[in-house]
Design a protein around this ligand. Structure first.
Ligand SMILES: Cc1cc2nc3c(=O)[nH]c(=O)nc-3n(C[C@H](O)[C@H](O)[C@H](O)COP(=O)(O)O)c2cc1C
Length: 363
């Protein structure tokens, strides 16, 4: 019998099953006018379809804690109280369709101000609405503009923005907040020595590089209710051993294990184990390229862990739980292809999906 469709209670929140929608940017908000950063009818249809398709939790895409923290001008945001009502509609639509509504709060750092991927990606010129980017140090993502190195006051502003956005997420009705510390965005760029060469309290030792992440966790935990979960998405590896120029070490699975333990002490309830995207790198082709790091993290840190990456078939998803690799799975692209992936997995595995709004469907 699969554990995929067993509920998981984290703090006071019961998630009805362990097949979760991974946060995925849709770059579909308005880029100017009063709707900037606000979910619209597209977002409602997109997320509610996947919630109705049976996922236990839907985590809404990377949502900027500040306007300059958006990946693109078309990202969602929660930096302004005026954005709360539209998010309230979205969270309610997800909940009404049967899934727990979650949201990923993000700052894109040196990878902000990008064009939408289907228009080729790449930096948006200032004349077309692009903005200057920031990072721990003046080290650019290859081919992108050089970020301004953040001052300690800038760091405090970002930490406070994360807490303010979490407060707004709470008012909007989200029940899980995920802090985005992966994929080369701001927090990951502080963690990795490849992008962080600071010599103050926010650079150097692992403890110093992790400081901003733990400060964000503390600040969010201070406003986020004790009965609601906080997730932390990390990249478990940079997929390179070192900087090709000067041999500076990269971020590793071992670092991720230490960070996961610290994060738990600072109020994180679950580590969402992604990888990469800090620098261009060659990523292994094997199906378990990323989920094996989730298993390592779970075994070594003892925290709740979600696996993600190239999980496309129900049997594999089920096995990740039964062999102890993870406590839940996040599904990304397979859910873009098939909004009912979760219910179909239930059918394939002989479990109970949630095919109707109010009734389980016994297969
Ligand atoms: C279109 C698209 C947008 C994405 N946006 C985000 C995002 O907003 N936040 C995030 O943490 N990961 C994002 N990801 C990564 C996915 O959440 C997921 O981790 C990744 O696609 C691997 O899982 P998969 O193989 O099941 O797709 C995105 C991926 C895709 C394909």
């Amino acid at each position: 019998m699969t554990e995929l469709f067993e509920p998981l209670t984290v703090r006071g929140t019961t998630i009805p099953n362990r097949v979760w929608m991974s946060p995925m940017c849709t770059y579909s908000a308005l880029s100017d006018g009063s709707g900037v950063g606000a979910p619209n009818d597209f977002h409602l249809a997109h997320y509610a379809a996947r919630a109705a398709g049976g996922v236990g939790l839907a985590v809404v895409e990377a949502t900027g804690v500040l306007p300059e923290g958006r990946i693109s001008p078309y990202d969602l945001g929660l930096w302004d109280d005026a954005q709360i009502p539209a998010h309230r509609r979205l969270a309610a639509a997800i909940a009404d369709a049967g899934a727990v509504p979650g949201i990923q709060l993000a700052h894109a750092g040196r990878k902000a101000s990008m064009e939408r991927p289907w228009l080729g990606g790449g930096p948006v010129p200032a004349a077309e609405g692009g903005w200057p980017v920031v990072g721990p140090s003046g080290i650019a993502f290859p081919g992108y503009p050089e970020p301004a190195a953040m001052t300690v006051a800038d760091i405090a502003t970002v930490v406070a923005a994360w807490a303010d956005s979490a407060q707004r997420a709470l008012e909007a009705g989200y029940e899980v907040v995920e802090i985005h510390a992966a994929h080369g965005y701001l927090l990951h760029s502080f963690l990795s020595p490849l992008s962080n060469t600071r010599t103050d309290n926010y650079g150097g030792s692992l403890e110093n590089r992790a400081r901003i992440v733990l400060e964000v966790l503390d600040a969010v935990r201070a406003v986020w209710p004790a009965d609601k979960p906080i997730f932390l998405r990390i990249s478990t590896t940079d997929w390179v051993a070192e900087d090709p120029e000067d041999g500076r070490a990269a971020w590793t699975v071992e670092d991720s294990i230490v960070l996961s333990r610290w994060a738990t002490d600072h109020g994180a309830d679950l580590i969402d184990a992604s990888s990469g995207a800090l620098v261009p790198a060659s990523i292994p082709h094997r199906e378990d390229y990323q989920t094996r790091n989730a298993a390592l993290l779970k075994a070594a840190s003892g925290t709740l862990v979600a696996a993600v990456g190239r999980i496309t078939d129900p049997a594999t998803a089920s096995e990740l739980l039964s062999n102890g690799s993870a406590d839940a799975v996040f599904i990304g692209r397979a859910l873009l292809r098939d909004a009912s992936w979760a219910n179909n997995a239930a059918t394939v595995l002989g479990a109970r999906g949630r095919f109707m709004r109010q009734y389980d469907y016994a297969v």
